[in-house]
Ligand binder design. Structure first.
Ligand code: NAP
Length: 508
């Protein structure tokens, strides 16, 4: 890899279309593969935040943006998409340094972000407004208008992809956007700002405000000029944001945590199931909202299947994010590894038997990094704390089940409702079970597959609202009904002097 640390964004934040030194607290971005420093960034101060909000409000109201035709806005989104596509290696490098993810994964996330901007360029250009059926001599329209200023608050686990998923539809809808990235991963958002600036985003329409949730996050949520918060992160934070948003009756979309079940029926293709389950829980080192972290295996298949799964897990390559062989890279931060280790200790206390993993790797070359071995735990009850709470790490709990009704009840007996995987050759059964599961997304004989045109979101404690798809742009708009008179005649109720007798008021 020829990129060097010089390629990391400098210590500047992007406020109102200008690069400046932040006036807030310092934020450390570290490389979790060896705990070395990437950059120390001076984050946004309250004043930086206020400046960004003011600039966003002005830029959004500027007729040059407000009156820009959808196909022209689409042109801007397309230019951003091309800017991202032309910088894949650089973005991947920055994001891998920022989060510890493998380059294979961060390249894919960068490609996904480019695709998201391209998709919303086409949505923006092709979205129609509706002419509804009138009940009089007028035309009735159902129209969509931008909300104003949208705040996007994102987590550290897949920054460029989750940032794009919020920014692209909001811009397509004609809003201004303020992005607050997670404090563990501020760098790739600043790289995105550089690309968007070069692509010609109007000054002020987009800002990046690295800073803590408690300061910049709260400022954005509470400020009267923020018209929507689009949030991805933990359920506790989402609940806090929703509570504050309620005070100003502001719409929020919440993409939150998960504890997703995978269900393996005895009629499955075991090779397919094992590969999908490994990918579903151990890719991204389990730091994925949709990680399939509860595995239910039909009892008749259980012993042999679990043995094979354990064997395959032991063969996964835990290693450096820049090695092409690596499947399981370090966790994002040593503090996060501590949290995962505490969860495994809890699982042991709850009677869990660690079948593999449950420790840091022995390899001395990995000693300085935040690595943790892929872990499978048996013997836990579905209502144990370990199976109820999100761990957000490479930890899988396996449990047996006897029949379809039982497994549907077990899978649904959890506060989250984000995703589910079903492994079966029986189409009718997988259809029945897929319909009975409470989750925003269900995969049958596959896992963790995405299309930008397919809506994504959670039920229960996994969130409110859906992102992606054509409706993803509508979620950043307010709807207006407009009645346009076509008769040119005064309303008869007013008994306006005319030659004609007034017609009786029909009330319609
Ligand atoms: P988090 O702690 O909730 O943080 C997410 C974002 O919220 C960060 O930018 C954080 O800033 C900010 N924040 C924290 N407190 C805030 C406050 N009071 N007001 C406003 N913003 C605040 O979550 P995380 O640990 O970064 O991410 C992991 C979680 O995200 C997991 O639960 C995962 O399941 C979830 N996730 C969900 C999806 C989905 O689509 N459903 C996708 C990815 C991740 P700081 O970094 O400065 O604290």
């Amino acid at each position: 890899m020829s990129l060097s640390l010089d390629q990391l964004p400098p210590d500047r934040i992007f406020v109102g279309g200008q690069w400046r030194r932040g006036g807030g607290a310092e934020i450390e971005s570290r490389f979790s593969a060896d705990n070395s420093m990437n950059r120390i960034i001076k984050g946004a101060s309250n004043q930086d935040g206020l400046d960004a909000i003011e600039a966003a409000k002005l830029a959004q109201a500027d007729p040059a943006w407000r009156n820009m035709k959808p196909h022209e806005r689409a042109g801007l989104l397309d230019a951003i998409s091309r800017g991202i596509a032309g910088n894949i290696e650089r973005i991947a490098f920055i994001q891998s340094r920022d989060t510890g993810k493998t380059l294979t994964e961060t390249r894919a996330l960068a490609q996904s972000a480019a695709g998201t901007f391209r998709y919303y360029a086409s949505v923006c250009e092709t979205a129609d407004e509706a002419l509804t059926v009138p009940r009089g001599d007028y035309l009735t329209f159902s129209l969509h208008e931008p909300l104003g200023v949208v705040a996007a608050i994102t987590p550290w686990n897949s920054p460029i992809a989750s940032d794009a998923q919020k920014i692209a539809p909001a811009l397509a809808a004609g809003n201004a956007v303020l992005l607050k990235p997670a404090s563990w991963s501020p760098l790739v958002a600043l790289e995105l700002a550089r690309i968007m600036d070069e692509a010609g985003i109007p000054k002020g329409l987009f800002s990046v405000l690295p800073g803590s949730g408690g300061t910049i996050g709260n400022l954005l949520v509470d400020h009267p000029d923020i018209d929507k918060v689009s949030f991805t992160g933990g359920t506790a934070t989402g609940r806090h944001i929703a509570g504050r948003a309620a005070q100003k009756l502001m719409p929020v979309s919440l993409e939150l945590g998960g504890k997703s079940p995978s269900i393996v029926f005895e009629d499955c293709d075991p090779d397919l199931a094992i590969a999908g389950i490994l990918f579903g829980i151990f890719s991204s080192s389990g730091q994925s909202c949709i990680a399939g972290s509860r595995l239910f295996v039909q009892r008749s298949l259980y012993p042999g299947f679990v043995d094979r799964l354990v064997e395959a897990t032991r063969k996964l390559v835990v290693g450096h994010p820049f090695s092409a062989r690596t499947q399981v890279a370090p966790l994002v931060h040593p503090d996060h590894r501590r949290s995962v280790e505490e969860w495994v200790a809890t699982a042991r206390k709850e009677g869990g038997e660690v079948l593999t993993g449950g420790a840091r790797p022995d390899d001395p070359a990995l000693r300085e990094g935040a690595y943790y071995n892929p872990t499978i735990i048996a013997g836990l009850a579905n209502d144990s704390e370990t199976c109820r709470q999100e761990i957000f790490g490479p930890v899988l709990a396996v449990m047996p089940f006897d029949d379809e009704d039982e497994v549907v009840a077990l899978a649904n007996d959890n506060a989250y409702g984000l995703a589910c995987g079903i492994w079966s050759r029986d189409f009718q059964k997988s259809w029945r079970v897929g319909r009975a599961i409470r989750a925003g997304t269900v995969w049958v004989n596959t896992y963790k597959q995405f299309s930008i045109s397919t809506p994504f979101g959670g039920d229960g404690e996994s969130g409110i609202g859906r992102e992606k798809g054509r409706d993803g742009m509508r979620a950043c708009m307010r709807q207006k009904s407009l009645y346009q008179d076509m008769s040119g005649a005064p309303h008869p109720w007013a008994r306006w002097p005319t030659d004609q007798e007034p017609s009786p008021d029909t009330g319609k």
